[in-house]
Design a protein around this ligand. Structure first.
Ligand code: PRP
Ligand code: URA
Length: 209
């Protein structure tokens, strides 16, 4: 079974078109990032186990449900923060681990500058959030880091991926499912996703100006 789940939804296509447009301003870019992220996170959480619980509505007793599994979100700093806000809307109690990685502009190799994870990742469902999967170096390092802390159940949620990055993750971590809104054509000579949407972090945080 493929470890890639391409979430092909009309609402995603609509919002992605706005994200890709170079004339989209920061405000609108943030809004459509949240829409795409929410749809992807809904898919990534589709198989969560539920516990039946008795509850009382104002009218009667009935059966409700509570989520059994413990989820940990791991946004990859900095751009992954953009997906943490929508994730938190669904699961506001979920612990959050952080890893900071920055690609060198010349080599496209990511260097880690920060790491802080909750304890006991072994029994948690770890959902890594990073909007761009380009060479795959950043996500490879992140998966290695969370697995190094004991995580066994790991998935990644990305907005745009390049085939090269997907291949790298599949070769190294075939157990990790990647949820993605778009799989683009290739990486360009600067290792940017093509056609892509440019530098996600700069566009989301308004630092491209
Ligand atoms: C971007 C993006 C990913 C990474 C993807 O981060 O958010 O983390 O590049 O590239 P890769 O698959 O080739 O590793 P960047 O390093 O630009 O940092 P930022 O999030 O601080 O903008
Ligand atoms: N990081 C981005 O923000 N965009 C790309 O296309 C590749 C890496």
């Amino acid at each position: 079974m493929s470890t890639v789940r391409h979430i092909d939804h009309p609402l995603i296509k609509h919002s992605l078109t706005i994200l890709r447009n170079k004339d989209t301003n920061t405000d609108i870019f943030r809004r459509h990032t949240a829409i795409v992220s929410k749809i992807l996170i809904m898919e990534a959480s589709r198989n969560l186990s539920l516990n039946e619980i008795p509850i009382n509505t104002p009218l009667t007793e009935t059966t409700g449900y509570e989520i059994l599994e413990s989820i940990v979100f791991v946004p990859v700093l900095r751009a992954g923060i953009s997906m943490l806000f929508p994730a938190r809307d669904f699961l506001p109690w979920a612990p959050v681990g952080f890893i900071g990685l920055e690609r060198d502009e010349q080599t496209a190799i990511a260097t880690e500058y920060y790491q802080k994870f909750p304890k006991n990742l072994a029994d948690k469902q770890v959902i890594i959030l990073d909007p761009m999967l380009a060479t795959g170096g950043s996500l490879l390092d992140t998966i290695t880091a969370v697995k190094g802390k004991g995580a066994k159940n790991v998935s990644c949620v990305c907005i745009v991926a390049a085939p090269e990055g997907i291949q790298l993750l599949q070769e190294n971590y075939p157990d990790v499912v990647i949820y993605v809104a778009a799989i683009d054509e290739k990486l360009n000579s600067q290792k940017y996703i093509y056609p892509g949407l440019g530098d996600f972090g700069d566009r989301y945080f308004g630092t491209q100006l």
